[in-house]
Design a protein around this ligand. Structure first.
Ligand code: ATP
Ligand code: MG
Length: 546
């Protein structure tokens, strides 16, 4: 993608305004350079899509560069599985990175910058335990206490840090800390940890390292080394910006990228933190990261959401500094808007009711219908008709209300792209359940050549029972019963009825088509679940409020 599909005269968000000012002031020697920096410790979700659309979007709009940078500094939680999934998701969303980089590509440089800090007496090896460090950090109202190791000499710090790297110490024995200010009103500035010892294999650097740099130390230096012109991150990092700036100014880094914060995307009826998403997967509340109820990009993809709809959603929510939860209806709206013109219409019956055409004589008849009444480019498909049909149970009522637009005893309906039928007889089993409708069809009422003069109640969808293909059709509801599940109690708010499975049928042309996404007439939008299996996931209903 090269351009936002936005109207040209749309007001620019504050980040784009800033970039345009920087360009106008000729401040960007290397052009616009952005990065999307996921930690490979889970799958991407729609919140990440906001950041992806922003970072890749602005670079594309202003002819710049975007790195896909894996923030892989915590090997305990990270894996190559996640790296590959993240690449797949970014590409699926429609974006091309200039290069893939990793924080771990810079481990050697990061180490050298740490030596610089030690040499300038700006960092020291601290031998307090993790707990002691936490306890001495103070609170929002109380200053912290200096570490007893704060005044170690440069020589001793250099020696200890080299031995930390060489593997002489166990996990947690020492850390490297920045020497800033234990009474700073900003707790992030109270001698934050820069490096910790972790004797674990890293997915990329193997056992080369047993000390790993912390996020706040790593991120800004990686930004500087890559010449990031605008380091865009979410608002929770605003309090970390002084540390970002401190590291850049105090290590011998010769370029200082600006960090600019924007609000996180929150979405109603779901959770977005990877920690909570991990729990949904680990506790088998969903079937996996790509469960269609998940807010992950893999889940949305499997559900049938087109990438263009996610981009449009991100464009509509815009970029601001106000935190809020966006209505799920907006995402659904964008999905519908995209599928409305692109998805072929076919017929699927979720709860089948058998209809026998008592005056049918031919063995079978091949009818046809357009895949899309307005979009002729989608073409026409064949539609087999016969004396035995399925209609939707909901489309028949024995005691219909007034103005009933469907089938009822003695009443007529048109079968879409086929004939008008009239219900003559309702067949029931011993329990009184309706098992079959016996109907008459009117041969002269064929769609497109109707000379019958009959006035049916309405139009319903149907399938030829001899040709219909059995399909498992999955209808997904919201994963949560409340719009704002809280992190503490989110498992109590799980919707127990978020999945309904129908043993239905679809027309053969849907199965035989290479297309994945369809509208089932009058039922909603559905998407084939992977391969060519006859399993369909409901993407979205036809109208809001279903
Ligand atoms: P989580 O809290 O879900 O674990 P994270 O911020 O730790 O998310 P990262 O992999 O570090 O996940 O995120 C990569 C980038 O995506 C970061 O720049 C982050 O700010 C951004 N991002 C993550 N979640 C959102 C969100 N909900 N809205 C906008 N941007 C987000
Ligand atoms: Mg993170």
């Amino acid at each position: 993608m090269t351009r936002r599909d936005a109207a040209e005269n749309e007001p620019k968000d504050f980040i784009r305004q800033r970039i345009e000012q920087d360009i106008a002031d000729q401040r960007l020697t290397g052009g616009v350079v952005t990065r999307f920096p996921p930690e490979p410790n889970g799958y991407l979700h729609i919140g990440h899509a906001k950041s992806i659309c922003l970072n890749f979007g602005v670079a594309a709009e202003y002819g710049g560069t975007t790195y896909l940078r894996f923030d892989d500094t915590n090997p305990i939680k990270e894996s190559e599985e996640y790296v590959e999934a993240i690449k797949e998701d970014v590409a699926w969303l429609g974006f091309n990175w200039t290069a893939v980089t990793h924080a771990s590509d810079y481990f050697e440089e990061l180490y050298k910058f740490a030596l610089d800090l030690i040499n300038k007496d700006k960092a020291y090896v601290c031998s307090l335990s993790g707990e002691e460090i936490r306890e001495s950090r103070g609170t929002l109202t109380e200053p912290g206490k200096n570490s007893p190791y704060r005044d170690r000499s440069v020589a001793e710090n250099l020696d200890l840090f080299a031995r930390m790297r060489a593997g002489e110490f166990a996990d947690g024995e020492h850390v490297l800390r920045a020497k800033i200010d234990m009474s700073s009103p900003n707790i992030n500035m109270r001698d934050p940890v820069l490096y910790r010892i972790r004797h674990v294999t890293h997915q990329r650097t193997g056992s080369d390292w047993c000390i790993y740099p912390m996020y706040d130390y790593t991120h800004c230096i990686c930004d500087a080394l890559e010449g990031i012109s605008h380091s865009l991150c979410t608002l929770e990092f605003e309090d970390h910006r002084p540390l970002y700036d401190w590291v850049i100014e105090n290590a011998n880094v010769n370029y200082h990228p600006p960090q600019i914060e924007f609000s996180r995307l929150g979405l109603e009826y779901t959770v977005m933190s990877k920690r909570l998403l991990h729990r949904l997967v680990d506790e088998h509340i969903v079937a996996g990261w790509d469960d269609p109820r998940m807010p992950t990009l893999a889940g949305l993809r499997r559900r049938g959401v087109p990438p263009a709809a996610i981009r449009e959603f991100c464009r509509r929510i815009g970029v601001t500094k106000q935190d809020n939860r966006i209505e799920m209806n907006l995402l659904d709206f964008c999905v519908r808007k995209d599928l409305e013109s692109t998805a072929p219409r076919g017929m699927g019956v979720l709860r089948p009711l058998r209809v026998t055409i008592t005056n049918w004589q031919d063995h079978s008849l091949m009818l046809s219908g357009p895949w899309h009444a307005q979009n002729e480019t989608l073409g026409v498909r064949e539609l087999p008709f016969g004396g035995s049909l399925y209609i939707e149970q909901d489309d028949f009522s024995e005691n219909p209300p007034k103005k009933w637009k469907r089938l009822a005893p003695g009443e007529m309906v048109r079968l879409r792209y086929a004939f008008i039928i009239r219900c003559d007889e309702v067949v029931k089993d011993a329990d009184g359940q309706i098992t079959e409708l016996r109907c008459t069809y009117f041969p002269e009422s064929r769609s497109g050549q109707d000379t019958s003069g009959l006035k049916p109640n309405g139009v319903i969808h149907w399938l030829s029972a001899d040709h219909a293909i059995p399909a498992e059709i999955r209808d997904y509801g919201r994963l949560f019963t409340v719009p704002d599940p809280s992190a503490a109690t989110f498992l109590d708010d799980i919707n127990p009825n978020s999945l309904t499975v129908f043993d239905g049928f679809v027309e053969p042309a849907i199965i035989n088509s290479k297309t994945r996404r369809f509208q089932f007439e009058r039922q909603g939008y559905f998407c084939k679940d992977g391969g060519d299996a006859a399993v369909f996931n409901k993407t979205v209903s036809l109208r809001e409020g279903f």
